[in-house]
Ligand binder design. Structure first.
Ligand SMILES: NC(=O)c1ccc[n+]([C@@H]2O[C@H](COP(=O)([O-])OP(=O)(O)OC[C@H]3O[C@@H](n4cnc5c(N)ncnc54)[C@H](OP(=O)(O)O)[C@@H]3O)[C@@H](O)[C@H]2O)c1
Length: 351
């Protein structure tokens, strides 16, 4: 009986956005950042599960969602390519966290405005407007452009275009959260480094500069805290979540050398040499090499350096936490890799 009363009450709460808070939805929760946001919300009770909705482009009835469902979270189906489906999924939602699309292949090779990942993001924005969502939070990338026309990195293009679209909106509020480069992705930046078994002693890169590497778990908590903030202070804001320790790729190579015992050197080459080497000698698709190489030019211009972004440290402080240092992330990843040596699989499987 009690169960039915609870369910009845929770239904009413959801419909009304509840006295306790507004209905929130987080997309992309099976991914790295989305799952960290969801975990932070539930672990720290930042949003009542009765006001929490998550979306997946796969099967919302899959048993992997059972655990969150038993806590009262509702799982809905939403695919960034399907506007009518998203309008249905977003009904009754007040605040939506759009985890940016992981489908990098949509951006490669170069796409015009509205034809890459930004098309999927614009689809989400259109669906939000049609469904009556009041506030969109968007996870952009923290390559801070010094150039007023934007970052030089191709990885930022879809984000810049989505940010631009959000800033044009007059009927819905937005918050743009630029997430600093994931600390866990250092091997990609280090020439697709594959751990202690990587036979290369010289890793070719196309530039270096300070990067404020930030762990995904810390970004998840920071993002969740911004989403859960009931004040209006985040409306119309573009902010960066980042640790404040910036180290260049050369520093990471030194740690790798120390921990693995083999000297790992970095050699800076031209963009064209980088593309030729990774395409013809490392088997990376040429379009991907051409797309990724601009990231090094961005690092050289200090676009990954966020010495002036204390927000994440302040947010984590409330939970007695400090952003995790990149040295610790590298150490943990290498030691996990050493333990699993022989089990196969690259150090970093995905971008
Ligand atoms: N700051 C950084 O260094 C950095 C690094 C990499 C990426 N990023 C950006 O941050 C975003 C999130 O990163 P992540 O590491 O969490 O990515 P991820 O692990 O690949 O997860 C993204 C999630 O998006 C969902 N998704 C995939 N296709 C979809 C579609 N058609 N419609 C709706 N949802 C879809 C998937 O969940 P379902 O299968 O459940 O739908 C997937 O789990 C990326 O997509 C990228 O834009 C930032």
């Amino acid at each position: 009986m009690l169960r039915f009363m609870d369910r009845d009450q929770s239904q009413k709460n959801r419909q009304a956005g509840s006295a306790a808070g507004l209905n929130h939805m987080v997309t992309g929760v099976s991914g790295r950042l989305g799952s960290a946001v969801l975990q932070a919300i539930l672990e720290h009770d930042l949003i009542s599960p009765l006001n929490l909705f998550i979306s997946t482009s796969s099967d919302p009835n899959d048993k992997k969602w059972q655990q969150v469902k038993t806590r009262g979270v509702v799982v809905r189906h939403a695919n960034y390519d399907d506007v009518p489906g998203m309008i249905k999924a977003f009904k009754g939602i007040h605040k939506l966290l759009l985890i940016s699309s992981p489908l990098l292949e949509l951006d490669i090779p170069y796409k015009e405005y509205g034809e890459g990942r930004d098309r999927q993001h614009i689809n989400v924005i259109l669906a939000c407007r049609a469904a009556g969502v009041r506030h969109i939070y968007y996870t952009s990338l923290g390559l801070a452009p010094i150039n007023p026309f934007g970052s030089i990195a191709s990885t930022m293009l879809a984000h810049h275009r989505t940010e631009h679209t959000l800033r044009l909106l007059v009927d819905i509020s937005y918050t743009i959260i630029r997430e600093a480069p994931y600390a866990e992705l250092w091997p990609l930046y280090l020439g697709f480094y594959d751990g202690p078994s990587d036979k290369r002693r010289d890793l070719l890169i196309a530039g270096d500069g300070p990067v404020s590497w930030t762990s995904i778990q810390d970004l998840g908590l920071g993002t969740a805290l911004i989403l859960a903030d009931m004040s209006t202070s985040w409306s119309g804001v573009t902010t960066t979540l980042s640790s404040q320790f910036a180290v260049p790729l050369h520093h990471i190579a030194e740690i790798v050398t120390r921990l693995c015992g083999n000297e790992t050197r970095l050699s800076i080459v031209s963009q064209e040499q980088y593309i030729q080497y990774y395409t013809h000698e490392q088997g990376i698709d040429e379009n991907i090499s051409r797309w990724w190489v601009s990231t090094y030019a961005a690092l050289t211009r200090h676009e990954g350096w966020h010495a002036d972004a204390p927000l994440l440290s302040r947010l984590l402080e409330k939970f007695g936490r400090k952003p995790k240092h990149i040295d610790e992330v590298v150490r943990e990843m290498l030691s996990a890799r050493k333990q699993n040596e022989g089990n196969g699989g690259p150090l970093v499987a995905e971008w």
